[in-house]
Design a protein around this ligand. Structure first.
Ligand code: FAD
Length: 381
């Protein structure tokens, strides 16, 4: 396997790596080697059609594209069209179903009467005053200080306990800074001006981004198995875990992971919507995704449906790292790696794993476009 015919090596075929690869080939006309240890392109945004039903399934959890960033929106529209999908989330609690995030509709339904926006605001403010000005000491108190106890106990407590596998009274208050409450009946999940799902799936975006013959993609290839064969002087863009790159010498960065239990059910429609949260603690999963509802325009003819139950837990080194935990100790550890990364000649660190940050897809693309201009272009020209 040759590593000598390329101007740049990119580790990771997710949105960060693919954006850099596309720019280097199409804008600079340089040769790219893109490697990924997985057997597919797309990173965590990868999707595939379920064999039995033909329904598109996001393999690493629901991926909803939304952005306030016109530059990213225009960039991605070169590789795909988007559907009109507008994301909505519901939450099941004690045998009822409510719209999330908490909005005026949720409040009227939950408290069983018609509130005007000002009446609802006054009610939530009164319930949130329970701490009497005292500083919140943990996540539970912080949440109560934001939305009051009744809404917290119904919609936040059980869900958070399952997400973190920890009682919210033992979680630091710093995990949440705000809990959005909308005092209108608008139940759209995102506020961004640009939103939609790719008409022919996420993987097709990556196939088009990586379509230039100047890009060679090698899958099933771990960077650390081939690192020694990469010629000196060839720049590397690394989007894998930063602590792994430095052999965990400053300690391990902590993540949460999600276990996905996928089932094909013999019903045309299981839950009538794409995402149903389960707020109560006696249900072990946090939410159920039903993929046919992400693409209603495809009018899937299957009599069956694909659902995924999500179970959240702390990740071990063997698990897929999904959400940075980002405690004070993690922040310190990351800073130590960041300093090491700055001293590492010829390697550009990027993406969510390379910078230990939760990034939405649009943020990963924006960061890659920035890195292309400020770091990659100067290294190659
Ligand atoms: P990734 O997509 O993780 O790509 C990194 C790639 O590097 C991986 O393919 C990995 O295999 C590869 N790699 C790592 N180490 C090595 C190595 N040693 N050698 C070779 N290859 C290696 N964003 C949204 O905008 N909307 C959503 O609804 C949304 N939902 C999400 C749900 C979940 C459960 C998760 C975890 C993320 C979600 N995201 C969502 C975020 C989105 O997945 C990220 O923004 C995006 O994946 C970031 O792209 P990336 O290229 O930085 O990382």
């Amino acid at each position: 396997m040759s590593f000598s015919n390329h101007d740049i090596i990119i580790v990771g075929a997710g949105f960060f790596g693919a954006t850099i690869a596309e720019r280097v080939a199409n804008e600079l006309g340089k040769r790219v080697l893109l490697i990924d240890r997985r057997h597919h392109i797309g990173g965590n945004a990868y999707s595939e059609n379920d064999r039995e039903t033909g329904i598109e399934v996001h393999k690493y959890g629901a991926h909803l594209f939304h952005t306030p960033n016109r530059v990213v929106w225009d960039y991605l529209n070169r590789f795909t069209q988007f559907t009109d999908y507008r994301h909505r989330v519901f939450s099941a609690h004690k045998g009822q179903v409510y719209a999330m995030p908490i909005n005026l509709g949720t409040i009227c339904q939950f408290f069983g009467r018609h509130f005007s926006p000002d009446e609802a605001r006054a009610l939530v403010a009164e319930q949130a005053a329970e701490l009497n000005g005292r500083e919140p000491q943990n996540l539970e108190e912080k949440a109560i200080s934001l939305i009051g106890r009744p809404l917290y106990e119904a919609f936040i407590r059980g869900y958070t306990a399952k997400q973190w596998q920890t009682d919210p009274r033992e979680l630091p208050e710093s995990i949440i800074t705000r809990l959005p409450v909308r005092y209108t009946f608008d139940n759209r999940y995102f506020n961004d001006p640009y939103e939609g799902l790719p008409v022919d799936g996420y993987t097709a975006i990556f196939e088009r981004m990586l379509g230039n013959p100047l890009i060679e993609t090698r899958l099933g290839t771990d960077y650390f198995d081939v690192k020694a064969q990469i010629p000196e002087g060839v720049p590397v863009v690394y989007t894998g875990p930063i602590d792994r790159y430095f052999d965990y010498r400053a300690g391990e960065l902590k993540w949460r992971t999600v276990d996905f239990a996928q089932e094909v059910l013999s019903v045309g429609d299981f839950q009538g919507t794409a995402v149903m949260n389960y707020a109560d603690e006696d249900v072990p999963y946090t939410r159920i995704l039903e993929f046919r509802h992400f693409n209603p325009e495809r009018n899937y003819q299957s009599e069956k449906t694909v659902i995924v139950k999500e179970f959240s837990r702390f990740a071990t080194r063997a698990d897929e790292p999904y959400y940075p935990i980002d405690t004070v100790e993690d922040k310190r550890t990351y800073l130590a790696y960041k300093t090491l990364a700055e001293q590492e000649k010829g390697v550009i660190f990027g993406g969510r794993l390379g910078t230990y940050r939760y990034l939405d897809m649009h943020q990963a693309i924006a960061a890659a476009l920035k890195s292309f201009e400020s770091e990659v272009r100067p290294a190659l020209t």
